[in-house]
Design a protein around this ligand. Structure first.
Ligand code: NMX
Ligand code: MLT
Length: 435
């Protein structure tokens, strides 16, 4: 084992040299200007982060190492008779920029199986969490609990390592975290919703298939659904709340467990990852109020009422995207291939036609189109995973892939602590005021 680390050891000096060269040639070039509105308005279109594994285009959506969602679906390894990409292969791509060979892919898969065991202390910790806690809180807490095993923390604490070695310790922690996160997350699900009846891992299965199995869903189609789900949510460049938080916390040399636990807390916000649970709640409430076979006009009214109440339409809009999220399309196509006549899937498709024109009439909304969260929960709901408070945990399992790949590279590139400047009202007035 260890082919990925071996490859990273080859790549790190090469990319470090490339970064040095880029800084030497372009270091003083201006990336963008920042207006007062941008400083106050959540830094939209301020390019102040370096994050190498993925890039988001407002029109065409995400590319991970320059490959878009359909290309990832085509080129990454799949399960036998499967159509969906396997996240192990995606992680190799995110880390190295190359698609893995069959041997390299199998090596990561095997390594995660071996690193994935949860010790009895951790299992006891999860099973002792109050069932009233939100599953995202449980996940964040468990990641903090696992921090006891951080190799980076221990080595740093003992004064054993210096900067050039940091990435290797981050790598070890990241691989452990990724290997364990499906097991932790499945155990949280079984603890909270299934009387603590834990399902043991099946080591014949792939990472995502095994997660479906441990959750208690064994149809091939559900495994496929999770394989796709866990691949398309993996990375969305560096500026989204979960990736940015993980990156920021890691920049203080907080280890990968501390960093990702913080990222998970951000993902648990309803304007970010929690939107996928909100979508389900909103759709179910609409059906409860309006019944089946809802007319387009009724949906329009329902949307306007939601907005009048001061709420957002979950799953619609985006801080960067200005067209339909390709990840939404991916899931829509999955549903078209596998699911016939499901009322919520049909309602989701109907909403896709009805909602954007309504949102366009509300001038302030920059993007009326759906994002990934508008579809993802509906698939899980169809397959029987109906505890929608859990949905963002599935997102978090996936996002760990991108966040971990980036953390490893942040340390390999030797990036410093992140510390942007901030300004006050008085500062703005004094700088730009007339007198
Ligand atoms: N429903 C109602 N109002 C909206 C929506 C929406 N879906 N999207 C934007 N707006 C409002 C927004 O609240 C803001 O209002 P105000 O000025 O009164 O505060 C105004 O339109 C301008 O916002 P934008 O510039 O279009 O959007 P912004 O970049 O600030 O926020 C989101 C982006 C994604 C937070 C926002 O579109 C939203 O709240 N969407 C619903 C929640 C959601 O689906 N989030 C998931 C994002 C994807 N993810 O997984 O993280
Ligand atoms: C994401 O996947 O992180 C979301 O689409 C939010 C974002 O990119 O801001």
């Amino acid at each position: 084992h260890g082919l990925l680390k071996k490859r990273m050891r080859e790549l790190v000096p090469v990319k470090q040299a490339l970064l040095r060269d880029v800084r030497k040639r372009y270091g003083s070039k201006e990336v963008c200007k920042v207006t007062v509105d941008q400083a106050i308005g959540g830094m939209r279109n301020v390019f102040g982060l370096f994050y190498d594994a993925s890039l988001l285009d407002a029109k065409t959506g995400i590319t991970m190492r320059d490959y878009n969602i359909p290309e990832l679906q085509e080129y990454l390894q799949k399960a036998e008779n499967g159509h969906e990409p396997l996240p192990e292969a995606l992680f190799w791509l995110l880390c190295t920029g190359d698609f893995p060979s069959e041997q390299e892919f199998a090596d990561v898969q095997q390594e995660w199986k071996q690193r994935g065991q949860l010790d009895s202390e951790t299992q006891r910790f999860i099973l002792s969490l109050p069932k009233t806690a939100h599953p995202m809180t449980m996940l964040s807490q468990t990641l903090l609990f696992l921090q006891k095993d951080s190799q980076f923390f221990q080595a740093y604490d003992q004064g054993k390592i210096s900067k050039p070695q940091y990435w290797e310790y981050f790598y070890e922690d990241a691989m452990d975290l990724l290997a364990k996160i499906p097991r932790v997350s499945a155990m949280i699900y079984r603890h909270k919703y299934k009387n603590g009846e834990i399902i043991q891992a099946d080591d014949n299965l792939d990472w995502a298939g095994n997660y479906a199995h441990m959750l208690g869903y064994n149809k091939f189609e559900v495994r496929e659904c999770l394989r796709g789900y866990l691949s398309i949510h993996a990375d969305h460049e560096g500026g989204n709340v979960s990736a940015h938080t993980t990156h920021l916390v890691g920049s203080a040399l907080a280890d990968p467990y501390l960093s990702y636990s913080a990222g998970v807390n951000g993902l648990a916000g309803p304007l970010h990852g929690l939107a996928n649970q909100e979508v389900l709640k909103w759709l179910l409430e609409m059906r409860e109020e309006l019944g089946d076979n809802i007319s387009n006009e009724k949906i329009q009214d329902y949307v306007l009422t939601t907005i009048r109440e001061g709420r957002v339409i979950p799953g619609y809009g985006h801080a960067v995207l200005r067209y339909t999220d390709p990840r939404f399309i991916h899931q829509k196509e999955f549903a078209a291939r596998h699911i016939k006549d499901d009322p919520l899937v049909n309602l989701t498709a109907q909403c896709y036609h009805v909602i954007p024109p309504v949102l366009k009439t509300i001038g302030k909304i920059q993007n009326p189109w759906p994002n990934v969260d508008a579809h993802s929960g509906v698939l899980l709901y169809h397959y029987g995973l109906r505890e929608f408070q859990y949905y963002t945990v599935v997102f978090a399992v996936s996002r760990a892939l991108g966040c971990m790949a980036n953390l490893i590279w942040s340390r390999a590139f030797g990036l410093p602590i992140e510390r942007p400047g901030s300004i006050t009202l008085r500062w703005i007035e004094e700088k730009f005021g007339e007198n």
